[in-house]
Ligand binder design. Structure first.
Ligand SMILES: Cc1ncc(COP(=O)(O)O)c(C=O)c1O
Length: 332
């Protein structure tokens, strides 16, 4: 797939809300790197996208909530777990714009809401609780139907904002990251990027952006928070391809960019810390002053740490931890 300037122009021309503080910084972590045996460890701080405590969802919602997408919309409906970062950012946007917001979450918080669950309520969202994750999507449809009858114009945002439109946020992030990498002048010709992955939009967008740039020197690893690696691999590549065709009017081969999903950090399941994720949280805190969350970023960081220990970086390689946010989840 050759470099595709026309598709990149279409991406640049897509309207956004202007919520995020971009570019997010790319920062070298010498103390943490020293502990892990490398001078070439970096973090791309998407925890600092800014709006409503930041994270990766801000980049995706930039496109999904663009004025051209909202028009007559009076109400946003979305779903997630009780500690969903995506629900937090959606609720904050609704508050800022004066829209109604309904969040469908599987199980509520035990006791008083804290972390993201607290923030969702603070932002004025109405929370509808269902028993199981699989009930979330049908419940959103039921809620939307009821609201329509009541005269509202709802916009249903699929879980994690991982739609073709939402994934454009990470196509732009890939372009932003490559621009930063190209200016490092550190003699490295290969970059290993580790990121948390769940509904797939973040990695799909990265694959899309890197493919449009024809960047095979950036190797992506998506670290699963829940699903199998095989499921995520397919979901991310399919979503990248769909975004290219349906929005950027181009064809891509999503297998050109080096990308793999791994699921060896899930442990006992979604949101349940592991020994390795707790160690990652400690190391990032102690040696870099960086907060990781228990569900996503600590597991992705654990994967990066395990990789650095078992496969020390070669002289031409650097490693980048794509920090996708989620700090409120640590404070529950
Ligand atoms: C902090 C954080 N990191 C990573 C992810 C995973 O991103 P995606 O759903 O785009 O795969 C999520 C959302 O699920 C998240 O909230």
């Amino acid at each position: 797939m050759p470099y595709d300037p026309k598709a990149i122009r279409r991406l640049d021309d897509r309207p956004t809300v202007g919520l995020a503080n971009l570019p997010t910084p790319l920062i070298r972590l010498p103390r943490l790197g020293h502990v892990l045996g490398t001078e070439r460890l970096w973090v791309k701080m998407d925890a600092e996208t800014g709006f409503a405590l930041g994270g990766n969802k801000v980049r995706k919602l930039e496109y999904i909530l663009a004025p051209s997408e909202l028009k007559e919309v009076t109400c946003l409906i979305t779903s997630g777990g009780p500690q969903s970062n995506h629900c937090r950012v959606t609720a904050a946007f609704a508050a800022r714009k004066g829209l109604r917001c309904v969040l469908v979450t599987n199980s509520g918080p035990d006791g008083e809401p804290s972390g993201n669950a607290l923030l969702q309520r603070l932002f004025g969202a109405e929370v509808v609780i269902v028993e199981d994750r699989i009930e979330r999507a049908p419940k959103m449809t039921t809620v939307a139907d009821k609201l329509r009858v009541a005269g509202e114009e709802p916009l249903v945002i699929p879980i994690g904002a991982s739609t073709p439109l939402g994934s454009l946020g990470y196509a732009q992030a890939a372009i932003e990251l490559c621009d930063q990498l190209d200016r490092l002048d550190d003699g490295c010709s290969e970059t290993l990027v580790f990121s948390a992955s769940s509904s797939g939009g973040t990695l799909a967008g990265m694959i899309l952006g890197l493919t449009l740039l024809d960047r095979t020197d950036v190797h992506l690893t998506g670290v699963s928070a829940d699903a199998t690696a095989q499921h995520l691999d397919t979901a991310c590549r399919d979503l990248a391809e769909m975004a290219a065709i349906t929005i950027l009017e181009t064809q891509i081969d999503p297998s050109v960019v080096p990308f793999k999903s791994v699921d060896d950090q899930v442990g006992e399941g979604y949101g349940i810390p592991t020994t390795a994720s707790m160690e990652a949280t400690e190391l990032f805190g102690k040696y870099a002053g960086i907060v990781l969350d228990p569900t996503y970023t600590s597991k992705a960081a654990a994967s990066l740490i395990a990789h650095l220990r078992s496969h020390p970086l070669k002289h031409h390689q650097r490693a980048v931890f794509l920090h996708t946010g989620g700090a409120p989840g640590l404070l529950v």
